[in-house]
Design a protein around this ligand. Sequence first.
Ligand code: SD4
Length: 293
Amino acid sequence: MNNWAVISTWSMSYDGLVKAAELLKKDKSAGDAVENLLRKVESYPLYKSVGYGGLPNEDGVVQMDAAFMDGDTLAQGSVAAIENVKHAVSVARRLSLNKTNSFLVGEGATKYAMQNGFEMTNMLTERAKTIWQNKVKQQLQSDLHPYDGHDTVGAITLDRNGSLAAATSTSGLFMKKNGRIGDSPLSGSGFYADSHIGAATATGLGEDIMKGCLSYEIVRKMAEGKSPQEACDATVYPFCNDLKKRYGQVGEISLIALNKKGEWGVATNVEFPFCIAAKKQGPQILMANPGLH
Ligand code: SD4
């Protein structure tokens, strides 16, 4: 039997990771495990950046981005700026089964979820609404720091059959423009998975992550023979340095990676807690720091 493993972003994903580990232990598929992990995070109302309770855009509307990728078939599904859907990741997974129409945005994505029986609910909690109202009152929109309330849950699972899956889910940047879409639903930027090689997912400032297609870049480096840690280091740090030179600044960027052997890697330019569990490693939250891990 192959190794199984799961890695996920931020400590908010810990409970979901424990659940995913249980499923993988019981021979469930990488796809089922990763979807379950994300659904758990999406359900928790106190996480301000994912799913129910996520902070809204500048119009006070919660718009979510999510993606799912099956590393065996390379099938992928995404939704962006979707509203009133309890589990955006499940819609993304369902779309990944489509030959066409696998990436839906805005009204079209919401309509698809409604018509296909996904649970619909008002995602704006009273708490998130109050935070938004206070922010509007302070009239801080113009100099709002883009890191004020955002974190994506991204996760990668490897099952005992050697299949990899990756998924992401986020409400994106607090006070973002209506219709703004980040890296999380974008193949190659926010996520990528190939069961023959490995997978990666990203969290941080989407506008900057997209400039480097960082998830795909990490998977390509693993394909060249690098370990997940070497691939993360060789991708994230040169990119951040280069972007700083060319663009003058670089936002928060953190990437996680897992290869087909169950080895993992992480690289970040901020303090970044992430979660890991594997056949020989109990579930735990680890802290990554900027620089070489
Ligand atoms: C975005 N990458 O929408 C997401 C937000 C995030 O940590 O991951 N923040 O740009």
